[in-house]
Design a protein around this ligand. Structure first.
Ligand code: PHE
Length: 457
């Protein structure tokens, strides 16, 4: 088996982990959730969820990963003899594999939209924007087509393959060090553009002036679910990355940085999207279609007087989405790859190839389930919807529950304490609150999310 390499620099480590967190969850899902739940009030509740639930859970995964210094399936085996708890890591790997299967499909759409934005000259784009229904037809045709989305799935899986195959330091870390700064620059440029749209005032008011009259129990649950997905919690991704952390990495500090970057990107995505949406009078709760159906023409109309600017903004926006998606897919890809390479003593290249091929197969099935295979149903849902539902509403939540319970109650307390304080380098009393949250608060809230996920609440 090849020698295990860690992240080479602190900066690379933080950027790679933040790259896992920043993805479709921030740019696609967050604005939709905020739009559906009243804007600013949702954001405040979301940030509270990140602080009280997200950060303890990130730290919990980091603790397991770094203490065991191996892939997530092996990690629990190294830390406990109890065969039930040993399965926690395996569940994470299965969840990751399934999430990848549908994530790669949506990633493929971002690639198709990026290429479309790039290839459509400003004059034609302006003409298209005047045709009502053009983008919803485009989206429906794209998603139900038998060939194009599958080709995009293959292209995306291969992009992730060629990063993963180069290993943690030369692949993931180097790639994140280039892509993440690029992503921030794009975000800042797009935010600045958004201040100049006609709907800027209205959009920013919606985003930053809280209206708590709209808040319900459902808002809280949506915020919690969003925090889970967006922070990549519950499936061993963070645990796997933490197994490449060095001994002097401050786990709490890294968790705060990753959660901070992730939340900032989500809010910046809101700053980009809402002013544009208000500029053309679309309801901010236009649903999951916001990014793929509403936005393409929104950019055209919002910057209508300057066709080249409209062109540049849409190309940049879809490139941003593509980058964010790729860094997340890479982290998903790494989880089963590390598992195969270490547990089955395979070469990294072989392990990566097996994962890539399996992702292409699952992704293709998912993609076709929106078109030619629409009649194939699992539990009454299409394959795409079924994977999305089972992984986000059930497996991630169960995984998160097991992780918090394991770290809070089952793990050897000395190991937990050593990891939290970096072997006594940080005072224990400043970190004890993490354990209190992991033992009492987080399991209770996860139980609520689980009941709501399966439709009981
Ligand atoms: N956090 C990613 C996003 O926001 C999705 C993801 C979930 C990535 C789980 C890895 C693991 O898009």
């Amino acid at each position: 088996m090849e020698k295990r390499k860690d992240f080479a620099s602190k900066m690379g480590m933080v950027l790679a982990t933040a790259g896992s967190a920043v993805g479709l969850g921030n740019i696609w899902r967050f604005p939709v959730e905020a739009g559906n739940n009243g804007g600013a009030a949702f954001i405040i509740i979301y940030l509270l969820c990140v602080l009280t639930l997200g950060i303890p859970l990130i730290v919990a995964e980091f603790v397991v990963g770094r203490a065991a210094h191996t892939n997530t399936a092996q990690a629990y085996k190294r830390l406990t003899r109890n065969t039930f708890w040993q399965q926690t890591g395996r569940l994470g790997i299965i969840t990751g594999w399934l999430i990848m299967g549908y994530y790669v499909v949506v990633s493929g759409w971002t690639l198709a939209y990026f290429l479309k934005a790039l290839a459509t000259p400003p004059t034609i784009a302006a003409h298209i924007a005047k045709q009502p229904g053009y983008w919803s037809d485009f989206f429906n045709e794209l998603t139900s087509d038998a060939l194009l989305p599958v080709l995009c799935v293959i292209a995306f899986a291969l992009m992730s393959h060629f990063i993963i195959v180069r290993g943690v330091e030369k692949g993931i870390e180097r790639f994140s060090k280039v892509m993440m700064p690029m992503l921030f620059i794009l975000l800042i440029v797009l935010c600045i553009c958004s201040f100049f749209t006609p709907g800027a005032k209205e959009g920013l008011t919606f985003l930053f002036r809280p209206d708590f009259s709209q808040v319900t129990f459902g808002t809280l649950l949506s915020a919690l679910g969003q925090a889970f997905f967006s922070l990549s919690i519950g499936m061993g991704c963070l645990c796997t990355y933490a197994s490449y952390f060095s001994r002097d990495t401050d786990l709490l500090g890294t968790a705060l940085k990753v959660a901070g970057i992730d939340s900032l990107v989500a809010i910046m995505a809101g700053i980009i999207i809402f002013p544009a949406v208000f500029s053309v009078g679309i309801r901010p709760d236009a649903g999951a279609s916001l990014v793929f159906i509403a936005l393409p023409s929104v950019f055209q109309e919002a910057f209508g007087a300057f066709p080249w600017l409209a062109y540049a903004v849409s190309v940049m926006f879809y490139f941003l989405l593509l980058l964010a998606t790729l860094t997340s897919l890479v982290s998903l890809h790494e989880v089963p790859t590390a598992f195969l390479a270490e547990d089955f003593r395979m070469k990294r290249r072989t392990a990566t190839t097996i994962v890539t091929l399996s992702v292409i197969v699952i992704g293709t099935l998912c993609s076709l389930s929106m078109g030619p295979l629409a009649d194939w149903k699992l539990f009454g849902k299409s394959i795409f919807d079924c994977l999305d539902w089972v992984s986000a509403n059930v497996l991630l939540v169960v995984g998160g529950g097991l992780i918090t319970f394991f770290v809070g109650w089952k793990m050897e307390s000395k190991t937990l304490r050593d990891e939290l304080t970096n072997y006594g380098n940080y005072p224990y009393h400043t970190r004890k609150w993490i354990i209190v949250l992991l033992r009492w608060f987080v399991p209770f809230v996860i139980f609520l999310i689980f009941l709501s996920g399966i439709g009981v609440l």
